[in-house]
Design a protein around this ligand. Structure first.
Ligand SMILES: [Zn+2]
Ligand SMILES: [Zn+2]
Length: 326
């Protein structure tokens, strides 16, 4: 991509222009930073070998890495979502997101065997994700010939989706490998009830599906028993928000909401890390920007948390939602 410039004539401005073009082509800021690091290392090596006197890349300005702002729901919004989720197909999946903060892949990867009804706990051990395809052929550039556009890079090797020998893509189940990721969560009583109801609904679907049903033990499944596709799940989420009259939001905002509530409720950062499956405490710092007004509101209402002050069993969720077992 820097081919037009001889290495010794390379100026920071040239590199900056390349970065600007990458951004214009829709590349992520993080990708530009990755290119930047690679280039800096490569040219440092060129300096070391005396091909050039100085490394122009060290002077290059990179686009700022602005972290996406965290936008948790207000307690009222979360309650509205839960209300609608109760009668919604696979709605319990969103109750899990809001109360336990599971990542999308983790929630979709749940099997009924991960739920321990007696211990009232849920174990996170795998994730279901849609992976992008890789070429399995010998000549990826030629393979994608019908799909290259002007915006493609000179030796573009994309378009693996159309490769006749494509591999590694589609829905993939992966074991959660990190210690932080693998975790056991306490399930609030109200969520257990929601999951019980969900089980009954799913069992009826299983009966209806008959021989079409493919038993995978998935907690959240398609009407055929197969696991949910993350894309369909996302569509379902958008429809649910719409029905609940709540603003548009990323699925990840549900996770942010769970984390915010735990932090605002004064759960120690260490415990919140355990619940959320964060491997470092630095994530918790990102939550310090949550508006004070929102913090205050949540703190005020901590007695009734997500599911409101329950009138029935007197066993209210008292902020222990999701605090890890043991
Ligand atoms: Zn292409
Ligand atoms: Zn191919």
């Amino acid at each position: 991509m820097l081919g037009a410039h001889r290495i010794e004539r390379l100026e920071p401005e040239h590199v900056e222009r390349v970065y600007a073009r990458l951004r214009k082509d829709g590349r992520k800021v993080s990708t530009v930073h990755q290119v930047h690091r690679t280039l800096r290392v490569a040219l440092n090596e060129a300096v070391r070998r005396r091909h050039i006197e100085r490394n122009p890349v060290v002077l290059v300005k990179t686009p700022p890495l602005v972290e996406k702002e965290i936008e948790p729901f207000t307690l009222e919004q979360a309650q509205q979502i839960l209300e609608v989720a109760r009668g919604w197909r696979n709605g319990a999946r969103f109750a899990i997101a809001l109360s336990l903060g599971l990542r999308q892949g983790e929630a979709l990867g749940l099997r009924w065997s991960d739920l321990d009804n007696a211990a009232e706990s849920l174990t996170i051990r795998r994730a279901l994700q849609r992976q992008t395809w890789r070429h399995g052929c010998d000549n990826p550039h030629k393979c994608g010939i019908r799909y290259h556009k002007e915006s493609c890079r000179p030796n573009c090797v994309s378009h693996a989706r159309a490769c006749p020998k494509r591999e590694g893509g589609g829905l993939v189940v992966s074991e959660v490998k990190t210690r932080a990721g693998r975790r056991v969560l306490n399930v609030p009583a109200r969520l257990l009830t929601a999951l019980d109801e969900h089980w009954v609904t799913q069992d009826a679907e299983r009966t209806t599906a008959g021989t079409v049903w493919e038993e995978g033990g998935w907690m959240f499944a398609q009407p055929t028993g197969r696991p949910l596709d993350p894309r369909a799940d996302h569509e379902n989420w958008k429809k649910l928000l719409n029905a609940a009259g709540v603003r548009e939001a990323r699925l990840h905002d549900a996770r942010h909401t769970a984390a915010t509530m735990l932090l605002v409720l004064g759960v120690p950062a260490r415990a919140v890390m355990d619940v959320m499956g964060w491997s470092s405490a630095s994530m918790a710092h990102r939550y310090q920007h949550v508006p004070d007004a929102l913090r205050q509101r949540i703190a005020d209402q901590m007695g009734c948390l997500l599911w409101g002050s329950s009138t029935d069993d007197g066993e209210e969720d008292d902020g222990q939602a999701g605090v890890p077992a043991g």
